[in-house]
Design a protein around this ligand. Sequence first.
Ligand code: ADP
Ligand code: ADP
Length: 239
Amino acid sequence: PWGIDLEGVSVRYPNGTVGLDDVTLRIAAGEMVAIVGLSGSGKSTLIRTVNGLVPVTSGTVSVGRRRVDGARSAELRRLRGSIGMVFQGFNLAGRASVQSNVLVGRLSRTSTLRTLLGWYGADDRELAYRALHRVGMLEKLHHRADALSGGQQQRVAIARVLAQEPRVVLADEPVASLDPPTAHAVMQDLADINRDLGITVLVNLHVLDLARRYGVRLIGMRAGRVVYDGPAAQAGDDV
Ligand code: ADP
Ligand code: ADP
């Protein structure tokens, strides 16, 4: 797995809004970190600086000791191949099967003509099946993605990320649109891939209870700054 390093990172959006204000963070390879804060506190800006989606105004961002800020587009594409992204809205191709949605995760790892044409090999399928099995969705292989519940779709999205063989997983409010039992199940999947596969996981949440329960380390954000950084289990209600 990869670690993540932010050194004095500030983000100012073109309209002048401050997204991040001098954030320094060192996340070790293999950590499970929950980021909490109110809407607008900078959680998703933070995650999007890590995969280079939001350019930093000052400071440096590194993933796996490779610089993200200022990286050329080819290098950025390579880095993103190892960074799995999970979103609040699942981002699946609704009309495609669960299997094809998960196999698409292979595209960011291997860009051979074969995969570009959609001719996946036995090894690709094996990985897709293993990933779906891990999140308990293997029996939905041939279902259309939009026929699944929200929680099931998010688990397929996690399987797609696993098929990518990521070194880091970034999840931006992955359970915000799910009911509480489903949210727990999805958070448990993220905790399992961290524990069983050793993958570094960074997850944005706006529910403190979930962060305390599933994060090992908790980072509290407010107005673009880190206002708490410590063990999740000991975090009080004032973070
Ligand atoms: P969340 O709180 O879940 O991050 P937001 O409502 O803050 O959601 O943002 C939703 C989308 O709108 C994001 O893609 C974000 O980049 C964009 N956005 C948020 N605030 C602004 C803004 N002031 N100007 C332009 N885009 C914004
Ligand atoms: P959170 O994820 O905690 O809701 P965000 O990172 O989305 O917070 O937003 C942090 C701040 O940056 C907010 O004030 C938000 O309105 C602003 N912001 C986010 N995206 C954009 C954008 N694309 N353009 C302008 N302002 C933005």
